[in-house]
Write a protein that binds this ligand. Structure first.
Ligand SMILES: NC(=O)c1ccc[n+]([C@@H]2O[C@H](COP(=O)([O-])OP(=O)(O)OC[C@H]3O[C@@H](n4cnc5c(N)ncnc54)[C@H](OP(=O)(O)O)[C@@H]3O)[C@@H](O)[C@H]2O)c1
Length: 250
């Protein structure tokens, strides 16, 4: 990690959004104002509303449009957006369970599409929605939770086709975004982050393989992520980093 001027000498103040109100997202929304008291932190998610934060469904164009309108009316400058949404398993509306695949014959078009929609497309469409609200003259951080298993170079065990493939696609989308924004918003920093295995609903069914000292509480994961994000600046834009700031191979 090489902290830059934007990262270190300009503590965050203004608006921050945490989008995705799961285990890590909620912990991030609590950690940020504690660490940066001048930051107005808004939690956004499908089950969030009223005094808790803003209702946002990342898979709805209309909802992203409403988010943009709300931000354009905001009197605070937008300084930080963290995408903390994601999907690994769930019960599908069809009644079938979506589970990470162990082998090829478990792959299904429905699961591939569902995973791609939230794990790959949503972070890019979120960036598109907030772009008109950016002030070119101010530092801005856009960080999105990817996953180490989205690394192609680091893939030694296979499986988890839908999740791995979609996270790898997210990394490519956001790498492209970082290059575009380095020209159009030279003070912007785009990061893809692996939070480490964290005790949330997403990891619950798979925790038996994880030694207790390698399983982070959401609070610890959030503190670590904030430290990594705030330590990066435009020179690191486009990086894929783990919770300890180490670079992850593509
Ligand atoms: N936990 C881990 O060990 C781990 C490891 C590596 C990477 N990650 C990544 O870290 C991120 C956060 O995961 P987590 O552990 O906090 O999981 P989580 O508790 O399951 O949270 C994920 C959140 O994403 C939200 N989401 C899904 N679709 C959405 C949509 N269309 N619009 C808005 N929000 C939506 C879900 O909201 P609803 O509640 O409305 O469904 C859920 O709250 C994910 O990207 C995950 O892949 C986690």
């Amino acid at each position: 990690m090489h902290p830059t001027a934007d990262a270190m000498t300009d503590p965050w103040s203004g608006r921050a959004l945490v989008v995705g109100a799961g285990g890590i997202g909620r912990a991030l929304a609590k950690a940020l104002p504690r660490i940066f008291p001048d930051l107005a932190v808004t939690l956004c998610g499908r089950t969030v509303a009223g005094s808790d934060g803003w209702s946002v469904d990342l898979e709805s164009e209309q909802s992203l449009q409403q988010l943009q309108s709300r931000l354009l009316e905001d009197t605070l400058p937008l300084r930080l957006v963290i995408n903390a949404s994601g999907l690994l398993h769930r019960h599908q509306p069809t009644g079938q369970a979506l589970q990470p695949e162990k082998r090829l014959n478990q792959v299904s078009p429905d699961a591939l599409k569902a995973s791609f929609s939230i794990n790959a497309m949503a972070p890019l469409l979120l960036a598109q929605a907030i772009e008109p609200c950016l002030d070119r003259s101010l530092p801005f951080h856009f960080a999105s939770l990817s996953a180490r298993v989205g690394s192609i170079g680091d893939n030694r065990s296979g499986g988890w086709y839908a999740y791995r493939g979609a996270k790898a696609a997210q990394n490519m989308y956001l790498r492209c975004l970082s290059l575009e924004w380095s020209r159009r918003f030279p003070r912007a920093t785009v990061l893809m982050l692996h939070p480490g295995t964290t005790d949330t609903a997403l990891s619950k069914p798979f925790q038996s393989f994880v030694p207790p000292d390698k399983l982070f509480s959401p609070e610890r994961a959030a503190d670590q992520l904030v430290q990594v994000i705030s330590g990066q600046g435009p020179a690191q834009s486009g990086a894929f980093l783990a919770w300890d700031g180490q670079s992850i191979p593509w």
